[in-house]
Write a protein that binds this ligand. Sequence first.
Ligand code: PLI
Length: 470
Amino acid sequence: MKTILKTMGEQYGRRSWAEPWKIKMVEPIKVMTPQERRKCLEDAGYNTFLLRSEDVYIDLLTDSGTSSMSDRQWAGMMLGDEAYAGSRNFYRLEETIQRIYGYRYFVPTHQGRGAENLISQTLIKQGDVVPGNMYFTTTRLHQELAGGTFRDVVIEEAHDPANEHPFKGNVDLAKLERLIQEVGASRIPYVSLAGTVNMAGGQPVSMANVKALRALCDRYGIRLMLDATRMAENCFFIREREHGYRDKTVAEILKEFCSFTDGAWMSAKKDSLVNIGGWLAVNDGEVFEELRNLVVVYEGLHTYGGMAGRDMEALAIGTEESVQDNHIICRIGQVRYLGELLENWDIPIVKPVGGHAVFLDARKFYPHLSQDRFPAQTLASDIYLDSGVRSMERGIVSAGRDPETGHHRYPRLELVRLTLPRRVYTQSHIDVVAESVRSVWDRRHEAKGLEMTYEPRYLRFFQARFKPLS
Ligand code: PLI
């Protein structure tokens, strides 16, 4: 079979593909017995977020803050200027973000949700409606806390795990226009566009879509704001799949994409290869003034925003590395390698395989479990029990409750995410993960589901507890 990886190799004139780095420092990990894993999972209330990291064998919970930094980034850490005000690392970071993303003004924050809080408070007022290409947990919560209501305007294909649309993150422009006409442009502070779309499986937005979206927003005088958390990965897909981009670099595509938007917020813990950090960047001077003022209330002075000087230096270097083509090819290639192994065994995953993770379709694993038996939470628990591999639920638990009715939201996607940290694991780790998923798939008929025994008020998936149903 001609694999996608082979295609990637051919595209770049090589016979095969391998990691563009070698390992200089290692961190031991341990394998536990099935009995030990059962005990740890019980103690964690069947929630993989509540496991201790040292009880995990291969950690695919998230790609957030879990990357390996390069030798250059570590060297940069030694150049931290920890002055309270005016750190030289801030000016380097500011210049780097302006150059690579192309926005005029820059505000640092401690991580993505810090930035989401500031942008939501600045732009949203009570009763506003915020359309977006599928919700993300923290993004939607901050929009709601600022008085807004999120409305999903992603294309229908995004809700179907088997649909192979190349840009499943695209906004459905007709849906968006209907919404504008329904509520009125004055109640829409901005369109919230994420590239790639995390909850849909790391699916990209096309350049054609963002251009058309810009035109539509201009017609109604609405801002277009970008969640740039995984935009470098998004740009790889544009180059691979969209006519006219084959000969451009990821960096060139990124700058072009951002030029169609009015500003962005960023969780630098993903694309940018750092363990902590975030930012906001905008073109509008008045919005910038407000953000720069608010950042001192919630994050820290506007020249550090919750980061240490050394963190800002590592982030500036990581941002440069994040748009290097050989890095992105390896990054997406690893994820795709895992996806292909599972696909070859007919294990149901979200297709096409996205940028940061392979998503298992828990509804297809456990068709006998209704959604309020938490099939994806059950599957994440079963994989941990099988091998010590940690994954994350992305289904009904993550979707939370409707703030108005108090009822569970029932998302169409009931998924488990196997998320690959950047530059951390090798192909053999990925083989082990695939074999574990296969073994759980082979025993899928035995699953009985879970019952929730504790539910926190906000972002319940982080801290909820469960017990097995018998
Ligand atoms: O975890 P933060 O606060 O740095 O960033 C929040 C955030 C914003 N947007 C997107 C698309 C995210 O994926 C995101 C965080 N994601 C996490 C933690 C994840 O595991 O996917």
